[in-house]
Design a protein around this ligand. Structure first.
Ligand SMILES: [Zn+2]
Length: 110
């Protein structure tokens, strides 16, 4: 996976996955933490273009507070309300490149 150097929690970003919250054939939700201790919510979604052309691979990274990260590390997916992701500035990475977006999805596409 490409090193997400655009992330801005610190100058030496290196993420590891704390916990995979959801995983399907085309979607992934995971809690990640940086070496600086900053928590990130990671979402990956793949849209398969059956008509040909490129598949649409999209990643979102959303910065979490320490409280949110701790809650995600210890709460079952069914008990999580991720609605705050929709209004949290995030990074979106797809075939057009990386850019800041005003919010991220709060549920898998599939
Ligand atoms: Zn960091």
């Amino acid at each position: 996976m490409r090193e997400p150097t655009f992330l801005d929690c610190c100058d030496t970003v290196s993420l590891r996955t704390v916990r995979v919250l959801y995983e399907s054939h085309h979607d992934l939700e995971a809690l990640k933490v940086c070496v600086c201790g900053g928590y990130w919510f990671y979402r990956f979604s793949e849209y398969v273009n059956w008509a040909g052309g490129h598949d649409d691979l999209t990643s979102w990274y959303t910065r979490l507070s320490p409280e949110e990260g701790t809650a995600l590390a210890h709460t079952g997916r069914a008990g999580l309300d991720l609605g705050y992701l929709r209004e949290r500035p995030s990074w979106m990475d797809d075939h057009d490149g990386v850019r800041p977006v005003p919010g991220a999805p709060d549920h898998p596409a599939s």
